[in-house]
Design a protein around this ligand. Structure first.
Ligand code: ZN
Length: 250
């Protein structure tokens, strides 16, 4: 099966449409959203309905949860909180119901998918270190774990009897051989990057192609029209710094 795994769309329709076209061109059979469909960006209901139409599975993110009122805004910084109050006011009843229906965790059988980490997923912790990856690997019953939330693209390999290591994502080729990586019971925990707001100083939208037959993982980066989204952020009256950070991928 060829999965297109993506996360953190953050109401950025132009980036989402570009990523979906990229997935089509690569023969993706099932699309999995790891959450945060909304928050920060201008295209709230358009992104929810497109994810609803295109994703086989869509998981709950902390911004989705806060936008529907299931999470307190006090956990967010003032800029994120301001955008969430605006987002909440934009949501239609249909979008609200779809976001509320999203699950916290999903297993494809090979890969455990979650927004933050599989350890107490409702706490929205960030998977940011080898130690975090080891804790996550310990609670899953699959060889692979895909997470979003950090907006960065990183892979950790977690052997059964050694300290986990961070696998740098090669610039070329971009394809990781998971079969080789997962030999001897080693698990791979990977952060899939962000569609709508990358934070690894690369402003292109990011998604992951997981081929479970060939056991390969590829990080795909696609450029999109950032300026048009920046203009809509400003026109909506959202904080200007949200437009700026899209430009520099921070
Ligand atoms: Zn996010």
């Amino acid at each position: 099966m060829i999965y297109g795994i993506f996360s953190d769309v953050h109401s950025n329709l132009t980036a989402l449409e570009t990523v979906l076209l990229s997935m089509d061109s690569r023969g993706v059979e099932q699309r999995v959203s790891l959450g945060d469909v909304v928050g920060y960006g201008p295209d709230v209901n358009q992104c929810v309905s497109l994810v609803q139409r295109e994703a086989t599975v869509s998981l709950m993110g902390n911004h989705d949860s806060a936008a529907i009122g299931a999470e307190s805004l006090r956990w967010f910084n003032s800029m994120a909180g301001e955008a969430l109050r605006w987002t909440s006011g934009q949501l239609t009843a249909e979008s609200r119901a779809y976001l509320a229906s999203q699950l916290l965790v999903h297993s494809t059988g090979t890969c455990t998918c979650v927004h933050g980490t599989p350890v107490d997923p409702h706490l929205w912790n960030y998977l940011e270190s080898s130690a975090d990856a080891a804790k996550s690997a310990a609670v899953i019953d699959t060889a692979l774990c895909a997470v979003g939330h950090t907006h960065r693209s990183v892979v950790y390999s977690v052997p059964t009897d050694e300290w986990p290591s961070r696998v740098e994502i090669p610039v070329s080729p971009l394809v990781l051989d998971l079969g080789a990586l997962c030999r001897g019971g080693t698990k791979a925990v990977f952060c899939v990057g962000a569609v709508g707001q990358p934070r690894d100083y690369d402003n292109r939208a990011c998604w992951c192609l997981l081929d479970t037959d060939r056991m390969t993982l590829e990080y795909v980066r696609v450029p999109y029209d950032v300026a048009s989204v920046q203009a809509r952020i400003v026109a909506a009256g959202l904080p200007a710094c949200l437009a700026e950070r899209l430009g520099n991928g921070s």
